[in-house]
Design a protein around this ligand. Sequence first.
Ligand code: CUA
Length: 343
Amino acid sequence: MDRAHDLEHPGRRRPSRRVGPALVVAAVLTLAGCSGGSPSTLDPGGTGAARIADLWWVLFWISAAVFAEVMVLLVWALVFRRGRDTRVRHGQPLRFVAIAGAGVPLVILVVVYALGLRDLAALGAGPGRDAPTIEVTGHKWWWEVRVPGIDGATANELHIPVGERVRVRLRTADVLHSFWVPQLMPKTDLIAGEMRETWLHAERAGTYRGQCAEYCGTQHAHMALQVIAEPRSQFEAWLARLAAPARQPTTEAERRGQQAFVQGSCAGCHAIRGTGADARVGPDLSDVGSRWSIGAGAVPNDAGHLGGWIVNPQTVKPGSYMPPQPVDAQRLPDLIAYLRSLE
Ligand code: CUA
């Protein structure tokens, strides 16, 4: 039937019947992505993202109003003006075109531009001189986190005190990356050879997911981080942990694991404070047992995944710079026990 119809009217092919349901599914999936725990800019946790969300809603409602107006005029023209004489008389339609086609858009653009400039200035203002500072360096494919004046480092996780603005200095060790914590602040690109600066502010305590937002190679998607906003006292405890040596082994297995770590190939790339291992090629592992993930969001941080990661990171995060480790099968449980104990 459809075929016959198409043959009769070759220029008027009807859209496939699958297009309608496909559009509905796409819309549902898109909207589902906006809720349910995703780190949406429209669910701001602090003043930076709140500005972006407010601006977004202004733009949304202006677009909705313009769309509605155009639809009303379209229906009016198609239904009520059909067949009428539409020749220009007394210059009236021209005046209408000038107002609706130039005057209204001009007002809208000027207002939106002014709002954009206002928010740009507010986001660029930065924190005060005494604000806490955190240094974040982008690597393929993980985030190194340091605090000026403190020797230690951690990875893919940074803490900030609730209700305070925190300065974040950004560098890259290799290619372009972009630091983005959607619920706290718009993204800031990390540019080779430059130090960029942004700030974070969270109004409520919680964990905010961040993500590299500039394509930087194979594992760009697995370059996530977490920002943990907590009361000032807990933030200071985190600073103290960063400055202190790592936890010492308490069991025989952990002791053997530490020995395997320091004497084996691990120490060639990683540091654990208070042991002989102090290399800076890969992430500092002094608190690896308490981290939220392995491989910057690649897999959960538990004993099974850690074992798999040590033996062959390439099956977990292909392209990662960590090579497979020839660890003695008898030593692997010790190594896992030791690393899991580092909190
Ligand atoms: Cu780093 Cu994308």
